[in-house]
Design a protein around this ligand. Structure first.
Ligand code: C5P
Length: 193
């Protein structure tokens, strides 16, 4: 039985960094599920069809990280048929041995409700905007507005809204360095693996 780590949280909370570090530290596979929705949003046209026909090459597009693509992703992510089309790929990824880390919005609640560890990573809006703006070389105020708009949409949608699973460990990274956040996450894995 593979070990599954589900990491959810709002945009730029640090979940991607933590997911990569855990995957590297425990030699687990890693899937950034936001990339799937970004690729669907970036493709344009009928999003349901784009989700059904998604290819690995779609995940390699250079423009996937921008604020614009993030907004497009959160719009297509509210469509139930889009989400449905991506479920099977994510669940089979989670079955990889010896384990997998999936980060997103609904991993602990919908995709992998049986995950051995669920982390819900949060940070203040300002800290998240600062981190993301630096990462993608964008304006901080614009990034803050974009993050807030996206989080509100992700939390309000009817299908698989962003929320912590009841059994998730909440990790607030507002005042943590990357290494501190990663150490905390590693300790949670070690307590279970
Ligand atoms: O994580 P990232 O910021 O790349 O995600 C982009 C968008 O994709 C999110 O704002 C959200 O709307 C959507 N998403 C989702 N479910 C996931 C991962 C991402 O709805 N598991």
């Amino acid at each position: 039985m593979p070990f599954t780590i589900a990491i959810d949280g709002p945009a730029a909370s640090g979940k991607g960094t933590i997911a990569r570090a855990l995957a590297q530290g425990f030699s687990f596979h890693h899937l950034d599920t936001g990339l799937l929705y970004r690729a669907v949003g970036a493709k344009g046209g009928d999003p349901v069809r784009a989700a059904r026909e998604l290819t690995p090459a779609d995940l390699e597009r250079p423009d996937l990280r921008s604020n614009e693509t993030g907004q497009a992703a959160s719009r297509v992510a509210a469509i139930a048929e889009v989400r449905q089309a991506l479920v099977e790929f994510q669940r089979s990824f989670a079955m990889k041995e010896p384990g997998a880390v999936l980060d997103g919005r609904d991993i602990g609640t919908v995709i992998c409700p049986g995950a051995q560890l669920k982390l819900y990573v949060i940070a203040s809006d300002q800290v998240r905007a600062r981190r993301r703006a630096a990462e993608i070389d964008a304006d901080e105020a614009e990034t803050l507005a974009a993050l807030r708009e996206r989080d509100a949409r992700d939390m309000a949608r009817a299908t698989a809204p962003l929320r912590a699973a009841d059994d998730a460990v909440v990790l607030d990274t507002t005042y943590m360095s990357i290494s501190e956040a990663v150490s905390r996450a590693i300790a949670e894995v070690e307590a279970r693996y």
